[in-house]
Design a protein around this ligand. Structure first.
Ligand SMILES: Nc1ncnc2c1ncn2[C@@H]1O[C@H](COP(=O)(O)OP(=O)(O)OP(=O)(O)O)[C@@H](O)[C@H]1O
Ligand SMILES: [Mg+2]
Length: 179
């Protein structure tokens, strides 16, 4: 298990880059009232066929060529963390369509790792995939922050966002909504 959730996010999103994604969407949603933390990483990469998906779900399977044994840790570690912290883990994938990984956990669970440096994780992803549209949605009790490494996404989103109340410098934007 990683010491910080942002390192899990980095690990899972690196899978997306390895799968040739041109868009990777990271969502981190905290809800104090309902005591949930949800992490979702979605991509439009090459996805997995049904057989690979079943192998990955059944055991720590990897297709990495450098592995001596076909054992992967990234998904298994996040699954372990979420289940240990009273949450669930979902992996969905379709060949040539993309992959979605969703992990939930109890925000107040004693074993829940801190979120850590999410900003550094996003920056690392942008550096690793400069052509890739790396997106972040961070929501914490009514406050939502959006970021996209490709400006067009925020412009497109903002034009449909009449309730935007605050905008950061650069390409990210923050939105307030009632809890
Ligand atoms: N986003 C994704 N798109 C397509 N295939 C994926 C994706 N994420 C995981 N996979 C497949 O699932 C396997 C297991 O992923 P996992 O992150 O657990 O291990 P790994 O990436 O192979 O190795 P490690 O993360 O330990 O360096 C990968 O080898 C790959 O075949
Ligand atoms: Mg991995």
């Amino acid at each position: 298990m990683f010491e910080e959730l942002s390192l899990h996010v980095l690990d899972i999103a690196m899978n997306s880059l390895a799968a040739g994604a041109t868009r990777v969407e990271v969502a981190v949603i905290e809800n104090v009232r309902h005591d949930w933390l949800i992490i979702r990483v979605r991509d439009n990469g090459r996805g997995m066929d049904e057989q690979t998906l079943q192998q990955v779900l059944a055991r720590n399977f990897s297709t990495k060529a450098i592995r001596k044994k076909s054992i992967g840790l990234g998904l298994a570690l996040l699954r372990q963390t979420s289940e240990m912290c009273g949450g669930t883990f979902h992996l969905r994938s379709q060949r040539d369509r993309g992959t979605s990984v969703t992990a939930s956990m109890r925000l107040s669970h004693v074993d829940r790792p801190p979120l850590g440096d999410l900003e550094a994780t996003i920056l690392a992803l942008c550096t690793a995939g400069p052509e890739v549209d790396v997106r972040l949605v961070y929501r914490s009790d009514g406050q939502t922050f959006h970021f996209s490494s490709q400006e067009s996404y925020c412009q497109e989103r903002d034009s449909h966002e009449p309730r935007r109340t605050q905008e950061t410098q650069g390409k990210g934007s923050a939105t307030s909504r009632p809890a």
